[in-house]
Design a protein around this ligand. Structure first.
Ligand code: FAD
Length: 482
């Protein structure tokens, strides 16, 4: 353990005086969970984990850190998957105590929440008021709305409602010098110059600390129907998606994809799961339609589309959830997939997007390229097919040493990201850049865009104290990505 410098010791003392000792943690055991990335890819170090209780205390903490040149890494639920929340020295600023719902305004269709609210509690508060807050991710029981905003999180309902950015009207942000920007406006229209809100959304804690947000509420769905569909190839799944779009319109809420390998490992590691279709197929789609109308006959709409798709050979088989419990069981197959890959050994992950029209082509080309590069590698390409967003994950060949396999990550990055880039896609569709993709971003992002990003970072954080070394590299002392 390194001994804090005089300035660092003074900082801790000052913060303890203002926030109370219980909220400025310095013991190794108290800080442990804040130092590690969920998947164990990175372990960091910190002087302290600071837990302010309100926006003023966040501003005080940041101002004190700025005064002494101490870096700050914001953390919500620490569920991020790109190493963005890992500190390499300095202070971890936990937003966990900023967990109040400040206001629900039904007439405006908005709710104002603090950044540390766990996503599930935001959803619950919206539901209690008779509305839907549609952001939904498998980590919703522990991720926070501040983290969702900082990473512009996606999830399973983007197709219908958009990313976190599209669900947000206003923000409150503490800047790198400790000033508070109050942008908590619940406006649908505001063309008063540059859009500061959108600058902070997706900035992964590198431009400011988000302390509160005004979120859009949607009408709660009253009817829902879910189907699990077997297809001969990703191309067939794309054809089904295309067939659904016009007749289902904006009732089409989710169109998720998983391969046969994905379904098989879910059934293997989650024995309570039930095989949804009698036969095995190359590809599967999970389709959901919802409506805020109680009398919407979604079942008939979906049945008709699927029957016609069966008849013309677009799909091979389908099952519909006949009850809420059956729908949840079908969703469980998809949602368990992220977790069970861990049980299959090393997993090299790529979170990418291509235009929806090219998503099937991408899966096929990238699968072949990876299988050629390492015979035996088990491709698990799954995810938000209807958004063109595929989690192109590669499970290690059976019997291979895990560390030897993971050491191939950079080689697979080149293979997969070159294909994505060639399709005018994105190498970071929803989890962000953080540390793990920082150098990949430098490789693929338009150089002019990178210059602009660095200029914005230097303007808003001239001391490079907010999450230094993440997203874009400024200065020479950034941590390595691996
Ligand atoms: P953290 O992990 O604490 O932080 C993430 C980043 O945001 C860090 O860079 C941090 O410094 C910064 N940050 C956190 N809070 C603030 C703040 N208040 N102000 C400024 N910066 C801040 N992501 C998706 O997009 N879609 C998915 O479908 C999805 N599924 C997931 C499933 C599982 C099982 C897991 C474990 C993760 C999944 N994720 C997904 C990733 C993760 O849950 C999201 O990135 C989430 O938005 C992070 O929220 P958090 O509160 O945990 O943030």
């Amino acid at each position: 353990m390194t001994v804090p410098s005089q300035a660092e010791a003074a900082l801790i003392e000052t913060l303890q005086e203002r926030l109370g000792k219980a909220h400025v943690l310095t013991a190794a055991s108290d800080m442990e969970s804040a130092l590690v990335e969920l998947r164990g890819l990175y372990r960091g170090t910190a002087l302290a984990v600071v837990r302010p209780g309100d926006t003023q205390q966040v501003a005080f903490t940041i101002a004190q850190c700025a005064k002494r040149g101490v870096p700050v890494v914001a953390q919500g639920g620490n569920t991020g998957l790109v190493g963005g929340g890992v500190p390499f020295g300095g202070v971890v600023l936990s937003l966990a105590r900023l967990n109040r719902v400040r206001e629900i305004d039904p007439l405006n269709g908005t709710m104002t929440v603090e950044a540390g609210c766990v996503l599930q509690s935001v959803q619950a508060a919206a539901a209690a008021a008779g509305y839907l807050f549609p952001l939904s991710l498998a980590s919703e029981g522990s991720c926070t709305i501040g983290g969702n905003l900082a990473t512009n999180a996606g999830g399973t309902a983007v197709l219908r409602y958009g990313n976190t950015r599209e669900l947000t009207l206003g923000l409150e942000v503490v800047l790198s010098d400790g000033r508070i920007w109050n942008g908590l406006k619940g406006l649908r229209k505001d063309n008063t110059g540059y859009d500061l809100r959108d600058l902070f959304i997706g900035s992964e804690g590198t431009l400011g600390i988000i302390t509160a947000a005004v979120l859009k509420l949607s009408p709660a769905p009253k009817t829902r129907v879910t189907a699990f569909v077997g297809c001969a190839s990703p191309g067939h799944a794309l054809a089904l998606f295309n067939n659904l779009r016009d007749p289902a319109g904006d009732q089409l809420t989710a169109f998720e994809y998983m391969p046969d390998f994905g379904l098989e490992i879910v059934l293997k590691h989650r024995p309570a799961s039930v095989r949804p279709l009698a036969e095995r197929y190359h590809s599967y789609a999970l389709v959901e339609l919802t409506s805020p109308r109680v009398d919407a006959d979604l079942r008939r709409t979906l049945e008709e589309i699927l029957a016609s798709a069966l008849e013309d050979g677009t799909i091979a088989d389908a099952v519909m959830g006949d009850s809420e419990a059956q729908s949840l069981a079908l969703w469980g197959l998809r949602e368990n997939l992220s977790e069970v890959q861990r049980l299959e050994g090393g997993s090299i992950k790529h979170d990418v997007a291509v235009p929806v029209s090219r998503v099937a082509e991408f899966i096929e080309i990238a699968t072949k390229a990876c299988e050629d590069a390492m015979p035996g590698v088990r491709v698990c390409a799954f995810g938000h097919f209807g958004d063109g967003n595929i989690h192109f994950n590669l499970s290690q060949p059976l019997g291979m040493d895990k560390d030897a396999y993971l050491s191939e990550w950079a080689r697979f990055n080149v293979i997969v990201h070159d294909i994505v880039n060639g399709m005018n896609g994105s190498i970071a569709a929803e989890h962000g850049i953080g540390l793990i993709k920082r150098d990949e971003l430098a490789r693929y992002k338009d150089p002019v865009a990178l210059d602009l990003m660095r200029a914005i970072k230097r303007t808003l954080d001239p001391g490079n104290l907010l999450n230094p070394g993440k997203v874009v590299e400024i200065g020479a002392d950034s941590p390595a990505t691996f």
